[in-house]
Design a protein around this ligand. Structure first.
Ligand SMILES: Nc1nc2c(ncn2[C@@H]2O[C@H](COP(=O)(O)OP(=O)(O)OP(=O)(O)O)[C@@H](O)[C@H]2O)c(=O)[nH]1
Ligand SMILES: [Mg+2]
Length: 657
């Protein structure tokens, strides 16, 4: 299976680039270890960076009303090399639950299914992902295409249940009588509901192996009732493809799906939102000229852009079905006519370079920070050697008295510094107190109690006003906590800055300006969630009546779990920042102390045997040379990494065309 088309080629080039970058970063780490310059902090940072490069994911989601051809389009874009239809695609409602396609090498090829009954519990799909026993797993036999198709068709499974049960799971509300009517089997026979709430297909396709994640979503029947999709899965996707069908145009329900899932999306993240007018083969008419057909397709594309309120450049036409057929049969003329290659080219051009830039800039910043830390140590060592050298050179031809006097001076300096260490210890205590206070506000414990307070209030007063009030207070408390944390972190910053200045002035340590910490990113993310909540609250509220309570709870749980995610990241970042602010001082203090001891030692030795002086000077010169080589070596390592990050894509020619 050699992916031959543009998107696959670009994606492969991107993965290759990540691999080369990771190799270079490992190279830097090896070098630091050889040079005895890697401490636990460096090891940890490198390991985290490598993990991130390795696990980097690119998520592409497909959203539409049912039967627009989402699953077929996925088959055509990503899985044609497989020579068959991988995902079930058929008339009527086919995909019944959100389906992720990915590859996790630590598991065998399989499909994992989360039973619909889990909707009766509070936890979100993201949380259920941590509990393997909640899922039902079926292995995939890669050598048997037919059997595999059968297993994958489980995403279409439905079962008949009484209407009440469907409502209990929050699947249908009174506003959705039209859907109920369509699914109702009459005579008290109940309705068909999806068997599964979520599916994860673990499949070793080359693109998935490289970190691509595809999200196929079901049409109208389940959409809108799983808040997770709108609040979590879709905002996290790097690209969302919205599919229309040329035989239906933009219908009322298309607009509903669009409004609910794509219209409210942050303009900042709107990049990577494409609209596809599918099934254009329906317009192919042997009695019309190619020009007439193209004019009709162009007209429909313009209209769709207008109705959805997006630039025409973001609308594409395609025939997923013909594209799949063309790829399987190697029919280039049909493939061109299906227009899929144009869509793929645009998707990869919008998606992959942007992703590469983000990953490149983040990696570069981390490597630079790492190198800066090492450079500080090397610079301190260099300064120490220079000082010793000056001291010893001054001793040339001097008598014992002078040496003694010199020794006394260094000894005094050392004692003074050791007294200064008491201040350092006191500072550490204040630092710990302030850090604790910071985590009291933005730690997970704070969030947990805020969430359970809100949960109780929603239960006590499950009416619009009560729920709204509880939710508003929930967000207000979070805002307050982040504001407090922002003030606290800036206090820590100022205190540390003063301390660095003082150590620099009194003991000649390297001046270091600790970086500032900004909470803005997390505050913005929480604001985004609050906006999403405001947008969806009314829709949800009006849509459901009997199932309102179950749905509201799940809605809240989804939001709470997104907020928790923000907290987890904020906590991780704050911890890294605190280390970055404190550890240079620790290192400097340790190094400086060591220097003083070394200086004292070498003068002591010279005091005992004056012949040692010249030998000691030569030794220092050698050390200085070695240090300079290390500094140069570090520079070379870093520029090797920069070269990979800044290099243009090494794409095969065909893919560049
Ligand atoms: N003529 C034509 N039919 C298509 C095309 N793409 C998909 N179809 C057909 O449309 C029907 C629905 O396709 P699916 O891929 O199942 O659509 P979906 O959007 O995944 O639908 P749900 O899973 O139900 O939400 C199937 O019968 C496909 O064969 C196309 O480009 N041209
Ligand atoms: Mg489908």
């Amino acid at each position: 299976m050699v992916p031959s088309h543009d998107l696959a080629a670009r994606f492969e080039a991107y993965s290759d680039w990540r691999r080369r970058l990771a190799l270079r970063v490992s190279g830097l780490h090896d070098w630091l270890q050889q040079q005895d310059l890697a401490d636990a902090q460096v090891d940890l940072k490198v390991q985290q960076l490598l993990e991130r490069l390795h696990e980097d994911k690119l998520i592409v989601a497909f959203v539409a009303e049912f039967s627009r051809g989402k699953s077929e389009l996925i088959n055509a874009i990503f899985f044609a090399d497989f020579g068959q239809r991988l995902l079930p695609s058929a008339a009527g409602r086919t995909t019944m639950c959100p389906t992720e396609l990915l590859y996790d090498g630590s598991r065998p090829p399989s499909i994992r299914l989360l039973p619909i009954e889990t909707r009766g519990k509070d936890a979100t799909v993201a949380e259920f992902k941590n509990y393997a026993d909640e899922w039902i797993t079926f292995p995939l036999d890669l050598s048997n295409a037919e059997k595999m198709g059968e297993v994958l068709s489980r995403v279409s499974q439905v079962k008949r249940v009484p209407v009440d049960v469907a409502r209990k799971y929050g699947l249908f509300g009174t506003g959705e009588d039209n859907i109920l009517a369509a699914l109702d089997h009459g005579e008290g026979g109940g309705v068909d509901i999806p068997c599964w709430r979520h599916a994860i297909i673990n499949f070793p396709h080359p693109l998935l192996q490289q970190g691509l994640v595809i999200l196929d979503t079901p049409g109208l029947n389940a959409i809108g009732t799983e808040p997770e999709l709108t609040l979590n899965l879709l905002p996290n996707a790097h690209a969302v493809l919205f599919i229309l069908s040329a035989d239906a145009g933009v219908t009322k329900t298309d607009l509903e799906v669009w409004d609910q899932h794509l219209a409210g999306v942050d303009p900042a993240t709107k990049a990577g939102r494409l609209v596809i007018l599918n099934k254009i083969d329906g317009l192919w008419d042997d009695l019309k000229s190619e020009a007439e057909i193209n004019a009709e397709i162009a007209r429909q594309m313009r209209m769709s852009a207008q109705m959805l309120g997006i630039p025409a450049s973001q609308v594409f036409a395609a025939s997923a079905q013909k594209a799949l057929l063309a790829k399987v049969n190697g029919d280039d003329a049909l493939l061109a006519r299906s227009r899929l290659p144009m869509l793929e080219a645009s998707l990869s051009q919008q998606l992959i370079p942007a992703k590469r830039d983000i990953v490149g800039a983040a990696s570069q910043a981390e490597v630079r920070a790492l190198a800066a830390g090492v450079r500080t140590i090397l610079a301190a060592r260099e300064a120490g050697i220079a000082e010793q050298m000056a001291e010893l050179t001054a001793l040339r031809g001097k008598n014992q008295d002078v040496v003694e006097h010199m020794m006394e001076r260094v000894r005094e300096e050392k004692e003074l510094f050791e007294r200064g260490l008491a201040r350092y210890t006191a500072l550490r205590n204040v630092f710990t107190q302030q850090t604790n206070d910071l985590f009291d506000h933005i730690g997970l414990e704070a969030l947990r109690s805020n969430a359970s307070r809100t949960r109780r209030r929603i239960e006590d007063s499950p009416f619009t006003k009560g729920v709204r009030g509880a939710m508003n207070d929930f967000f207000a408390a979070i805002r307050g906590d982040f504001e407090h944390a922002a003030r606290q972190s800036s206090e820590i910053h100022d205190m540390m800055q003063a301390m660095y200045a003082r150590f620099a002035k009194e003991h000649g340590l390297e001046t270091f300006v600790p970086p500032l910490f900004s909470m803005l990113k997390y505050q913005k993310e929480v604001e985004r969630l609050e906006r999403a909540y405001n947008v969806h609250f009314n829709t949800l509220w009006n849509m459901v009546s009997k199932a309102k309570f179950a749905l509201m709870r799940r809605f809240f749980e989804t939001i709470a779990s997104r907020v928790k995610h923000v907290y987890v990241i904020a906590n991780r970042d704050v911890e890294a920042w605190l280390r970055a602010v404190m550890s240079p001082l620790e290192t400097q203090v340790k190094e400086h102390h060591l220097q003083l001891r070394r200086r004292l030692d070498s003068i002591k030795r010279i005091h005992v045997a004056s012949g040692e002086l010249e030998e000691r000077i030569v030794e220092l010169e050698q050390q200085e040379g070695a240090l300079r080589r290390q500094i140069r070596g570090l520079g070379l390592q870093v520029s090797g990494i920069d070269a990979i990050i800044d290099a243009p894509d090494a794409l095969p020619l065909a893919a560049n065309a």
